[in-house]
Design a binder for this molecule. Structure first.
Ligand code: NAD
Ligand code: IPM
Ligand code: MN
Length: 351
């Protein structure tokens, strides 16, 4: 039997609450199907940082690279660490150090009742966002000069490399072809950002020419935001840069019923990859047992697919749909269940 070694970083706030439930489901699947999953919890997050100043040790990153097949992560962010330094080192650090260049974020409405758009249902909201995950405005390149004076200058550089732009655009088109999706929308802000986003324009046209059967179109990101709300059915696959992908996928989360429903994978195909709900640590509801665990479940499904168990991703998604159909949800979706009870309901519908 092949085994899959999964590192677990529960993180802060509601992170441990939803990941504990995700682990219950993963262990139940493993017990049933014998997938050979092994789990190792890593002591990383705000608590650890506050205790001994550790964010992400180099040797732990090396272990992730060499000893694990996947990382299952909750969320990072704690009001006691206003600099957010631990989140930057652990989450952005893993994305960069493990070169997880695809941030894959499905936007799928799983039950019509949870649509926030008038007259739009599941058949209208079903798209896959390919967010570039290793460059753009996220690299931290830049600096401050004359800090805290009237003459202060703060520079944040946007990095767009030929290699980085090309591989994410290729990944989007390859996914569209493999999954028989009709179109790929590339989104940038080339009308204002004349250097970096001109590179996106040129690379997009070159790659698109290799996929003549796939309809392709371009939208500036401001128009993309409007169109995702006005006509979500236009979209199959969207590819965009790091920051725009961050923003449009929170908008996309709303189209699926909220942040408690949005899943993601940070992927390098064929190598160790990291799976996490799109939401953060939600300090406003942490510790109350009311966080929606379904985004963490759907992220666990994406992890199973990455590990070669696509049939369990589908089954898990069907079980989530069944919970939504039966109104077995947390409060923000109109239900009256707690985090743990939603998981119980999911497990009843999974097997
Ligand atoms: P957030 O996603 O934590 O919360 C936004 C709103 O959505 C809150 O009202 C919260 O209660 C609600 N919400 C989020 N997840 C929910 C769930 N599963 N069930 C029910 N309601 C849910 O975003 P924020 O408040 O902007 O950020 C809080 C902290 O999390 C910050 O430190 C931020 O940097 C961090 N963060 C981390 C990640 C990550 O680790 N991937 C992602 C986003 C934000
Ligand atoms: C996300 C988060 C992160 C991001 C933050 C916590 C740095 O918002 O994963 O969507 O911006 O990528
Ligand atoms: Mn985000």
């Amino acid at each position: 039997m092949t085994t899959s070694r999964i590192a677990v970083i529960k993180g802060d706030g509601i992170g441990p609450e939803v990941i504990d439930e995700g682990l219950r489901v993963l262990q139940a699947i493993d017990a049933r199907a014998g997938l050979g999953l092994t789990f190792e919890a890593l002591d990383l997050g705000a608590e650890r940082y506050l205790r001994d100043g550790t964010t992400m040790p180099a040797e732990t990153m090396q272990r992730l690279r060499t000893e694990f097949d996947a990382v299952y992560l909750g969320a990072l962010g704690d009001p006691r660490v206003p600099s957010n330094v631990h989140a930057k080192d652990i989450l952005l650090g893993s994305r960069f150090a493990l070169d997880l260049y695809i941030n894959l974020r499905p936007i799928r409405l799983l039950h019509d009742r949870y649509s926030i758009l008038k007259d739009k249902g599941c058949e209208h909201v079903d798209m896959m966002v390919f967010r570039e995950n290793t460059e753009g405005l996220y690299t931290g390149i830049g600096g401050q000069f004359k800090r805290d004076t009237d003459d202060e200058i703060a520079i944040e550089q946007e990095i767009n490399t030929r290699k980085g732009v090309e591989r994410i655009i290729r990944a989007a088109f390859a996914y569209a072809r493999a999954n028989k999706r009709k179109s790929v929308c590339m989104s940038d802000k080339a009308n204002a950002m004349r250097h970096g986003h001109d590179l996106w324009q040129r690379v997009w046209k070159l790659v698109a020419a290799e996929y003549p059967e796939i309809k392709t179109f371009h939208l500036y990101v401001d128009v993309l935001c409007m169109e995702m709300v006005r006509t979500p059915e236009r979209f199959d696959v969207i590819v965009t840069n790091n920051l725009f992908g961050d923003i449009v996928t929170d908008l996309g989360a709303a189209l699926q019923g909220g942040l408690g429903m949005a899943a993601s994978g940070n992927i390098f195909p064929g190598r160790v990859s990291l799976f996490e709900p799109v939401h953060g640590s939600a300090p406003d509801i942490a510790g109350k047992g009311i966080a929606n665990p379904l985004a963490a479940m759907l992220s666990a499904g994406m992890m199973l697919e990455h590990l070669g168990h696509a049939e369990w991703e589908l089954r898990l998604r069907e079980a989530v749909k069944a919970c939504l159909r039966d109104g077995k949800t947390t409060r923000e979706l109109g239900g009256d269940l707690g985090t743990r009870q939603v998981t119980d309901a999911l497990l009843e519908r999974l097997f």
